[in-house]
Design a protein around this ligand. Structure first.
Ligand code: CO
Length: 429
């Protein structure tokens, strides 16, 4: 069982080089389990004990199981996670010839550890928007093989490199593309069009990021860990989906929200700081025969677990942690607490999560920043504040968060799935 989950996670990570792919892959898994897609533009006729999902922008997905369709009495059991990861996003794909190769400019999306993106076997993924007879259509695009690169300068020509080097994203992090043998190229879109058998000018626009083609893998002497790009936060998306599809017949409506754009602050029409979640929750209540008051009553009766990555203590950098709050890999899920509400955890919601861990037979660790460090944040406070839903921020411990290759613990992943299952199964308050 354990290995099945982990191999399945590695597969999920490999199939999800961009948020669009993560959502498409999540939808495939939900569909396989009999969940049905709903459109926000249609009227909803919901059945009890049935799974549904809704997609916005191709990059955010809300999945819910209706249970006994009594949200106002039981509240919702909610899990949130995010589909995006720090990356390099192609500007518009315009190419410039330089020293015998092409270059395309990038924007830094979110906060990656920039240096980890150099000297890797990179490729491109995202979506292209093409003109069809019916209008414009978005299509997933992914080039599987290593095809673009950002080489470092040689150390001999840049002796300062190991003293701490500041890369300039405008001039030093352009993607190099070696497209030989063809006509003069203006844009990456021409290359993509050719590859997917479209007319050269068929691609009107695109949302493309670079990704690392190295596959997710088990690591550690006894394969206790796994490493991959995008563990923050696709590992949690996977755990949330695994939990969601394994729970049925419960009283409460369960809801799994996988949001895009956490890495850039969530304020987009499909991010956690949009009305997506509240619209879907209210519509579930209305489709269950309730009125708006029932929806408003359901919010304080709900419980949300905002699950994201957590910082495992690093043996070479242990001083970056408060030693009393230094989670280790494979030590179990981590409660994240912050006085300034970078996390949504309160004493009460933390207590509730501890009970869930106890119920799942799983160890619970906790993380607070060193008091002289600012630390990170997550989407929990944003999503919880909009609707007044009691919420807790948690996550699995990992090393190298926001590196192009992160590392996390195998048993933590299984533990997170177990705790999330307990959370979704809880009926009533
Ligand atoms: Co994250």
């Amino acid at each position: 069982m354990k290995n099945r989950n982990i191999n399945d996670l590695l597969d999920y990570l490999d199939r999800s080089p961009s948020p669009y792919h993560a959502v498409a892959e999540s939808a495939v898994r939900l569909k396989k389990n009999g969940w049905q897609e709903l459109s926000e533009q249609d009227s909803w006729d919901l059945q009890a004990d049935t799974g549904y999902y809704v997609i916005r922008n191709g990059s955010s997905l809300l999945a819910f199981n209706t249970g006994k369709l009594m949200p106002s009495f039981t509240g919702f059991r909610i899990i949130t996670a995010h589909t995006d990861s720090p990356a390099f996003r192609l500007k518009s794909g315009k190419l410039k010839e330089s020293q015998g190769v092409y270059k395309t400019g990038i924007e830094v999306l979110g906060g990656p550890i920039l240096s980890t993106w150099l000297d890797r076997d990179l490729s491109l993924a995202g979506r292209v928007v093409v003109k069809t007879e019916k209008g414009i259509e978005s299509r997933l695009y992914r080039k599987d093989d290593a095809s673009v690169m950002i080489p470092n300068p040689a150390i001999h020509l840049n002796r300062e490199l190991n003293q701490g080097f500041e890369y300039n994203p405008q001039s030093q992090l352009s993607l190099l593309i070696t497209a030989s043998g063809g006509d003069k190229l203006q844009s990456v879109h021409q290359l993509i069009a050719k590859e997917v058998n479209l007319e050269e000018d068929a691609i009107l626009d695109a949302d493309i990021i670079a990704y690392d083609t190295q596959k997710a893998s088990l690591t550690g002497w006894n394969k206790e860990y796994f490493s991959s790009g995008r563990i923050d936060n696709l590992a949690t998306c996977h755990a949330a989906l695994e939990a969601a599809v394994s729970v049925s017949g419960q009283d409460a409506v369960t809801l799994t929200a996988l949001f895009d754009n956490e890495e850039i602050g969530s304020r987009t029409p499909h991010g956690a700081d949009s009305a997506f979640l509240e619209h879907v929750m209210e519509r579930i209540v209305l489709a269950s025969g309730g009125i708006r008051e029932d929806y408003l009553r359901s919010c304080p009766a709900s419980f949300m677990i905002s699950a994201d990555g957590a910082h495992a203590v690093h043996p070479n950098f242990a001083k970056l942690h408060d030693e009393a709050y230094a989670p280790v890999l494979n030590g179990g899920p981590v409660l994240k607490v912050n006085a300034n509400w970078n996390y949504s955890t309160t004493g009460e919601t933390a207590a509730q999560f501890r009970l869930l861990c106890r119920g799942a037979g799983v160890n619970c660790q906790s993380y607070l920043n060193r008091s002289d460090l600012r630390g990170g944040k997550s989407l929990g406070p944003i999503a919880a504040s909009r609707m007044g839903i009691p919420s807790v921020d948690v996550g699995n411990p990992m090393w190298s968060m926001h590196s192009i290759r992160e590392t996390a613990g195998v048993s933590d992943h299984q533990d997170m799935i177990s705790v999330l299952q307990c959370h979704l199964r809880q009926s009533g308050k």
